[in-house]
Design a protein around this ligand. Structure first.
Ligand SMILES: *Cc1c(COP(=O)(O)O)cnc(C)c1O
Length: 362
């Protein structure tokens, strides 16, 4: 790795593509003759407007976002979306949620403040190690939407098939899988993702919302900033946006377009995750924490037979130059987050390290 950088397996903020970081560094002191850094620029300036517009256009191209969807750049990261979804979409006051782990639980807890929540499926019985069957959910007629966390960052599960929502609007938290594979946006009413997992710097979420779901009859208690309409009506420039994150994400969109788009990303991600899962499947020391059919291509939790040994592997991995492999406290063990920007060489090096550790501790 160049610049003495490390293979960083953090769940987020996480690695960004090196060519993107280099471009940002080159533009740091004087962005394309503007005489200033993007951090110093008015969000109302022509030069920033172009940065914003190109970012949106490139994202639309990358995902094939239909014209009847708005793209919004909203501050507050992922957590703010737990509240915004419920505040904006609970017209009848009922949201259906699939409970698959830490992040869907947080979404459920937040939604309960604004209306009624029905948990239509859950994998709590097995510590969220699988995706429950969502082919015949019991969805009430008056439900406003069905909500999923499409990739559970902490638990390491992902959907390979979307739920049958019985015609209701599908809302998806794609934070830790955003742009990791092709996505048919027309199947969703709303997709959102915090960008610091698989795209750019922390502090912003991207929301892709079907226009007919944007309401102007929201309850009075909803703060101006928390209304999707505020952002949609103002091209995400109602107030000062997270200019820096928009700029960096825009660079990543261009990078992905230049490197084969989401289909190519998906192939790379399948290959990368395969290297790690193939190793775990034959290992006598390490065990994957998730049912095979539901394993995430982005976040890979795994364990040794004991907590002590888990801690020992984490310490040894740090010594060997890998970073952030400690699992989340609710799952334990280890977790390797291998987002788009993690090179294949990083995963290969990790597997080599784990093999060696296993041989030495047999
Ligand atoms: C990280 C994450 C969030 C929360 O993002 P913040 O920006 O930290 O609020 C929500 N959902 C998922 C799936 C995540 O991985």
């Amino acid at each position: 790795m160049k610049y003495g950088r490390t293979y960083n397996f953090s769940a987020g903020p996480a690695m960004m593509p090196e060519p993107v970081l280099e471009e940002i560094a080159a533009e740091m002191m004087n962005y394309r003759g503007s005489g200033m850094c993007v951090m110093e620029m008015s969000h109302r300036s022509k030069v920033f407007q172009q940065i914003r517009d190109e970012a949106e256009a490139d994202l639309r191209k990358l995902m094939g976002i239909p014209d009847n969807y708005k793209v919004l750049f909203i501050q507050g990261g992922g957590t703010v979306q737990f509240a915004m979804v419920a505040m904006n979409l609970m017209k009848n006051g009922l949201g259906c949620y699939v409970e698959t782990g830490a992040w869907s639980k947080k979404a459920i807890a937040e939604a309960k403040k604004y209306g009624e929540v029905k948990i239509v499926a859950s994998s709590a019985d097995k510590n969220f190690s699988y995706i429950p069957d969502c082919s015949n959910l019991d969805i009430p007629e008056n439900a406003d939407y069905v909500y999923i966390c499409e990739n559970e960052t902490i638990n390491g599960t992902t959907y390979f098939q979307l739920p049958d929502t019985k015609g209701k609007v599908l809302v998806s938290d794609q934070s830790s899988m955003f742009l990791s594979r092709p996505c048919d946006v027309s199947k969703y009413g709303l997709i959102w993702g915090g960008v610091q997992k698989n795209v750019g710097p922390a502090g912003m979420a991207i929301v892709i919302i079907r226009e007919d779901l944007i309401r102007d009859d929201l309850p009075k208690f909803v703060p101006t900033y928390m209304s999707y309409k505020t952002h949609a009506d103002n091209d995400s420039l109602y107030n000062t946006p997270n200019c820096w994150a928009i700029y960096c994400c825009g660079k990543v969109f261009k990078y992905l377009l230049d490197n084969g788009g989401l289909e190519a990303m998906h192939q790379r991600n399948v290959e990368k995750a395969g290297i790690l899962y193939d190793f775990l499947d034959q290992s006598k020391l390490f065990t994957g924490a998730v049912r095979k059919e539901d394993r995430s291509l982005m976040n890979v939790p795994f364990v040794t037979p004991s907590k002590e040994q888990d801690a020992d592997v984490v310490a040894a991995s740090k010594e060997a130059g890998f970073d952030n492999l400690k699992g989340h406290k609710s799952v334990g063990g280890l977790r390797a987050s291998i987002y788009n920007a993690m090179p294949k060489e990083g995963v290969e090096a990790l597997v080599e390290f784990l093999k060696k550790y296993e041989a030495e501790h047999a």
